[in-house]
Unconditional design. Sequence first.
Length: 347
Amino acid sequence: MFIKNGWYVAAWGNEIGRELTQRWIIGEPLVLYRTEAGKVVALEDRCPHRRASLSKGQLIGDTVQCGYHGITFDCSGSCVRIPGQDKVPPAMAARSYPIVEKWKWIWVWMGDPAAADESLLPDFHYNDAPGWVATGGCLPVKANYQLLTDNLLDLTHETYVHGKTIGNSAIVETPISYRVEGNEVHVERIIRNALPPPLFQRAHPFEGNIDRWQIIRFHMPAHISIDARGLPTGTTDIAGGLRWFSINSITPVDERNSLYYWTITRCFALEDKGLTQMISDQILKTFLEDVDILEAQQVMIETDPRGLPEVSVRADSGSVSARRIVARLAEETNRAVVEQATSEVAQ
């Protein structure tokens, strides 16, 4: 169940250079590289000749030479050379994908190139906005991507999984509110007059209880931002507390593997490199706790022969809504593909 007409993170910007790099996204292989002018290119990582992996070949100037038979393709995927042959068959072309490089990440559009719309990117400008400092990484996860979006939309698990960093009992005791706006889901939890969790205490010198906000926004296909705030109880000035965004983009590799791109970007103590490293270390520890849970969950799902439906609770409202959006958009994409193929056969 994948949305094709949507943007996925293919890599951090600094991962792609003057070498051929393979990425699998929604079950499709891509080869990425930068041109001599610095532009990122994404082509299907299958030579149309004998389906050899182009990423195993050579980058010659701005062209990709297949390492099997030397057939060469330019940035658009057009074949520019077949050794020992002047005429190029019309079908000898590699598919190219629209690319946007923005907010430290390289985004690829996996569907109809004519439908690629940069305005459909999630608003992740806090990754490199003035007055904010970000730290982040990428985790491979042996689980379906929707298990990760479920995890991020229902933060009640923080009480039980992340008690040493961002969790405490106040989270599970405070109900959420949620709403759906088009293809977005918004989930909000406001915790009043509670102890700060361990990581908040390490990041800011709170002297007493705090009010805490978890404002979550899901953007299709699998992008989630969490506006996390902690302020001394009864105050509203962010200068007296902390605020950061947990920015998350889940890229499905295939049905049971994902790449989890994440950042934590904050607007306080910007020059404190030690604080940046501490937050990075603690958030990575937190996410690895999630990975452990989710990979085990994936195995339990795959090995359950009964086919029983899951039983949802109130806290699942956001994740259930997001799954419905993905199912609808994926069905629309698949229907369009079938209709196009049927039309081409009829012609």
